[in-house]
Design a protein around this ligand. Structure first.
Ligand code: FAD
Length: 255
């Protein structure tokens, strides 16, 4: 099945992982050829409406099983300012329809160095957890999770050598440096590290700058991604990213 073809799925199960993180399990015959080991990859969820009025949002494949029936798990962070995706997740019931395009390839931390550092907010939690589950049991490092409240802390499967740290940010959609300060305050182990960071786009950008320019992490070992931007819907955020990428291209052609 091509990546751009829509898989027509329905809700099989819904469960609260934490008060603000809802796991929705999707099923459908269209998942029969879903690629194995897609956890941490992203996909496009397509919400109901006529083709020209459909809303599309990007989410992470948190889990996939093919037996006894094909199922995909998606974890939705329920943020304060409602959007079509978070509202859909809150209201979804068994049998609710949804479209899924993708997935992309998995987005994994480079774990070929001496240690790893993974950090992100609640929108990145599915990808962070999928990454931690894929690491070899000997891996050493640190994982920093930014959550909205102490009730959003939960058991995370990770190698024993990973130091799991939690930081609380009750207002992630207001300007803040909670995750940036927490990550910059870490004392990094010696040797080469692989860094994987996702979350609000200003935060991801600042941490990219820090690891590249101050901590000396090579580009090959540095993954950062702005998953959302405060004050912007995903459509506006994507438009801004495309504009910035085009401006960068023109800038580098002129220099
Ligand atoms: C590669 C990738 C993978 C992603 N995976 C996941 C995932 O698995 N689970 C998940 O929950 N999210 C994930 N996201 C983030 C998700 O796509 C955005 O949060 C998206 O904006 C949610 O759509 P919405 O319709 O709920 O809100 P929108 O209509 O896009 O936005 C409405 C308002 O809510 C604000 N907002 C949006 N997201 C957040 C947030 N996280 N925290 C606080 N305020 C916010 C916006 O700034 C806007 O003001 C991922 C993003 C990317 C790029």
């Amino acid at each position: 099945m091509s990546k751009s073809r829509m898989r027509h799925l329905t809700v099989a199960k819904k469960a609260y992982v934490t008060p603000r993180l809802i796991r929705i399990t999707l099923t459908g015959e269209d998942l029969r050829e879903f690629p194995e080991k897609s956890e941490s990859a992203n996909c496009k969820l397509v919400f109901e409406g006529a083709a020209e009025s459909q809303t599309v949002r990007t989410y992470t494949i948190r889990g996939y099983r093919c037996d006894p029936r094909p199922e995909v798990d998606i974890d939705f962070f329920i943020h304060d300012e409602p959007g079509p995706a978070s509202t859909w997740a809150k209201d979804a019931q068994t049998g609710s329809p949804i479209g899924l395009k993708g997935p992309s390839g998995p987005k994994l931390v480079n774990d070929t160095g001496d240690w790893v550092l993974l950090a992100g907010d609640m929108s990145a939690m599915p990808a962070l957890e999928a990454n931690l589950e894929r690491l070899s049991p000997e891996t050493k490092g640190i994982a920093v999770f930014e959550v909205v409240s102490p009730e959003d802390k939960h058991a995370v499967k990770a190698p024993p050598g990973i130091d799991i740290q939690w930081v609380i940010n009750p207002h992630p959609a207001m300007p803040n440096t909670v995750l940036v300060d927490a990550v910059r305050g870490l004392s990094l182990p010696g040797g080469t590290g692989g860094v994987w960071i996702a979350g609000e786009s200003h935060c991801a950008r600042e941490l990219r700058r820090y690891f590249r320019d101050e901590a000396g992490v090579p580009r090959s070992h540095l993954y950062t991604s702005g998953y959302w931007q405060m004050g912007l819907s995903e459509d506006s955020h994507q438009r801004l990213k495309r504009k910035e990428a085009a401006a960068d291209t023109i800038g580098s052609e002129q220099s």
